[in-house]
Design a protein around this ligand. Structure first.
Ligand code: BES
Ligand code: MN
Ligand code: ZN
Length: 457
């Protein structure tokens, strides 16, 4: 179980009462006169995020009042996660139901996350008795997957290059009895020319990480994650403001590993494959250049219009490999474009697929899990914007408008599987919110996990 969750054998814990404008009177009625008088004297208001500790006569803690949104208002299902960082140490329980007890408990677990690799933080000593009817083991594996992804994203690039990303993949694979194979060097140059091209400017060697797990006869689910361990932009170098946060450019890889942890730990009935092209997009005398032309793994010739559009290049070869065994479902995660952020902002990843039913299912799961996604179109008329005069395709579009869509259309050239889905994610939380501490974020994995759990349990 996650450290934020108390075992069933432990104390029942201090009650937390969730109150809002609609139920505050009713909840307070159930208390004694003394508690009501104290709440009034302390000026407690039943508004989202407000907290009141109710004292016992002996000086102990009788209970906690915590304000949440009233039904009908815009509800933050992770709001109760605020408590894990504000309550005094102890064991607690939900005395009445918040809007979603399962997500509230999950928000405790993922809200307590701290990145402690370089500066020790005090772990939260607030622990929760998992609410009745909620599967605490499942919440624990979700929280572990989220923490794994966040740790990988938060680790700066000097300690998270292709080598270290490979090591993390091996550690995860070993923990679950998966097979981990890595292609690098000459073989990478021959079999995955685009991954090699993007990585050849860095002394930290590019590679393709290939994890397989599960039973060959089960449905094949393949996750592909962009593993650009640092994105300088290459010779089309980014300005410093654009480069500042590019340690997170392996956020897609981190997300795929976090999701893989959830899937393998739950032992879903799938044959799982995780493909991670791990590279560093650097500037040097051996970097690939604007107007270079490479023949991709699939045989499509690609002219480089911009070396900063490197994510789609490394994904192209990885997606080609994924596609070769005709899996039932291919999903890729990538911090692919600034344009997706311009369109949808930081907290709403873009989802692309031609499978309408799948899109609807994932969107629904995303809302239910408080891991929302928004569909953007694979608008074929824009494909012509990727045309090159000298090769089969350019890696960037002319004009640059609709950049998230044209990037997705570039990826689509390398996939034939009918059930393919691409997420353009931000992988970052700029300022802390309940359940979402500042820093690396694992977006879309919980939505996918919910969908896969329903299909393949
Ligand atoms: N990793 C970036 C995209 C990115 C930037 C994601 C900032 C999240 C935040 C990607 O490799 C990139 O540089 N994309 C370019 C594409 C352009 C050159 C066509 C972009 O979005 O500007
Ligand atoms: Mn780039
Ligand atoms: Zn990038």
């Amino acid at each position: 179980m996650h450290p934020q969750f108390a075992a069933a054998t432990e104390a029942r814990g201090t009650p937390i009462w969730f109150v809002h404008a609609g139920n505050a009177d009713e909840v307070l009625q159930a208390f004694g006169d003394r508690e009501r008088a104290f709440a009034a004297a302390a000026g407690f208001e039943a508004k989202p995020g407000k907290l009141l500790l109710l004292p016992k006569l002996d000086g102990g803690l009788a209970g906690v009042l915590f304000g949440i949104e009233k039904p009908g208002d815009l509800i933050d299902l992770f709001r109760p996660g605020q408590l894990v960082n504000t309550l005094p140490a102890g064991i607690y329980r939900f005395a009445n139901a918040p809007h979603d007890a399962r997500l509230a408990a999950l928000a405790f677990a993922i809200g307590a996350y701290k990145f402690t690799r370089y500066r020790k933080g005090k772990p939260s000593k607030v622990r929760l008795n998992v609410p009745d009817g909620v599967d605490g083991e499942d919440l624990s594996r979700i929280a572990e997957g989220v923490a794994l992804a966040r740790d990988l994203i938060n680790t700066p690039s000097n300690d998270m290059g292709p080598d270290e990303l490979e090591a993390a993949a091996r550690t995860l694979g070993d923990a679950h009895g998966a097979k981990v194979e890595v292609t690098s060097g000459e073989k990478l140059a021959k079999d995955f020319p685009l991954i090699h091209a993007v990585g050849m400017g860095s002394p930290r060697a590019p590679r393709l990480i290939d994890i397989t797990w599960g039973n060959d006869t089960d449905p094949k689910v393949t996750l592909v994650g962009k593993g650009v361990c640092f994105d300088t932009g290459g010779l089309d170098i980014k300005p410093s403001s654009g480069m500042l946060n590019m340690k997170k450019d392996m956020g897609g890889a981190a997300t795929s590993l976090g999701l893989a942890h959830m899937i393998m730990s739950r032992k879903l009935k799938v044959r799982l494959r995780v493909l991670i092209p791990a590279v560093e997009n650097s500037t040097s005398g051996t970097s690939f250049r604007p107007r270079d032309i490479f023949t991709s793994r699939k045989g499509i010739t690609v002219e480089i219009g911009n070396t900063d559009a490197e994510g789609r290049l490394v994904l192209a070869d990885a997606l080609s490999l994924a596609d070769e065994e005709k899996p039932d479902f291919i999903v890729n995660f990538a911090t692919l474009t600034g344009a997706a952020r311009v369109a949808l902002g930081p907290d709403l990843p873009a989802m692309f697929t031609d499978d309408d039913a799948l899109a609807a299912d994932v969107a629904k799961a995303g809302l239910a899990e408080n891991d929302p996604v928004w569909r953007l179109p694979l608008w074929m008329p824009y494909e012509a914007l990727l045309d090159s005069k000298v090769s089969d395709t350019n890696n960037v579009s002319t004009g640059g408008l609709g950049g998230a869509i044209t990037a997705a259309l570039f990826l689509k050239k390398f996939v034939t599987a009918p059930s393919w889905m691409h997420f353009d994610i931000f992988a970052w939380t700029a300022s802390s919110k309940p359940g979402r501490p500042e820093g690396g974020e694992c977006q879309t994995a919980r939505a996918l996990y919910a969908l896969l759990s329903e299909r393949y349990s």
